[in-house]
Design a protein around this ligand. Structure first.
Ligand SMILES: Nc1ncnc2c1ncn2[C@@H]1O[C@H](COP(=O)(O)OP(=O)(O)O)[C@@H](O)[C@H]1O
Ligand SMILES: O=C(O)C1=C[C@@H](OP(=O)(O)O)[C@@H](O)[C@H](O)C1
Ligand SMILES: [Mg+2]
Length: 171
């Protein structure tokens, strides 16, 4: 969910594990020249989901931590693409924590039906997040460092079991 720490912890994980980092929200912004909020306001939440799907499906990277937007799970095609050669982590926090962390969500470019409450959105997505997750990490009641430690353990296991994932291209 937004506020679960994908972007914050993603970059910390990349630094600590000597990996690269991609935030697909920033790719969307640089490719469209618009903020996420402007896309939702101008073209609607479904347009943002379509653009997000395109950006995710054209990702072709190795040795990177990828922070997606919270709405990535609405595209089965995108999630299957990600799962082809990466491990998908669900940072699980409660609705209460989401509310505390994101504050005024009307400014956050959240991809939801205009009539949908945050509570409904949370329930709809929870099923999708668990469906696509390879690993679920409880992201609440822990410091960022504690969550980072858990992410590093998962990363070390991936690098041990799937060394090809960690290989950087050499020229
Ligand atoms: N234990 C924690 N883990 C991750 N983020 C935390 C934690 N505690 C507080 N935060 C705050 O929650 C916010 C997470 O935001 P962000 O990383 O942008 O999430 P996302 O990319 O999932 O929307 C940040 O402001 C971060 O400082
Ligand atoms: O959950 C969502 O609907 C969204 C979350 C945002 O990313 P974060 O999850 O990084 O905040 C961003 O992709 C977009 O504004 C839509
Ligand atoms: Mg983010």
């Amino acid at each position: 969910m937004p506020g679960s720490g994908k972007s914050t912890l993603g970059v910390l994980l990349a630094k600590a594990a000597a990996l690269g980092f991609v935030d697909t929200d920033l790719l969307i912004q640089s490719q469209t020249g618009s903020t996420l909020q402007a896309i939702v306001d101008g073209e609607g939440y479904q347009a943002l989901r379509r653009i997000e799907e395109q950006v995710l499906c054209s990702l072709d990277v190795t040795g990177q931590v990828i922070a997606t937007g919270g709405s990535a799970v609405y595209s089965d095609r995108a999630m299957r693409h990600l799962k082809q050669n990466s491990i998908v982590v669900f940072l699980d926090i409660s609705l209460t924590a989401v509310r505390q962390r994101i504050g005024d969500f009307s400014l956050r470019g959240i991809s939801k039906r205009p009539d949908q409450s945050l509570e409904d959105l949370f329930a709809e997505r929870y099923e999708l997040y668990t469906r696509y997750a390879d690993v679920i990490i409880q992201g609440e009641h822990k410091s960022q460092n504690q969550v980072l430690e858990e992410l590093l353990k998962v990363t070390a296991e991936i690098q041990r079991d799937l060394p090809a994932l960690h290989k950087q291209p050499h020229s």
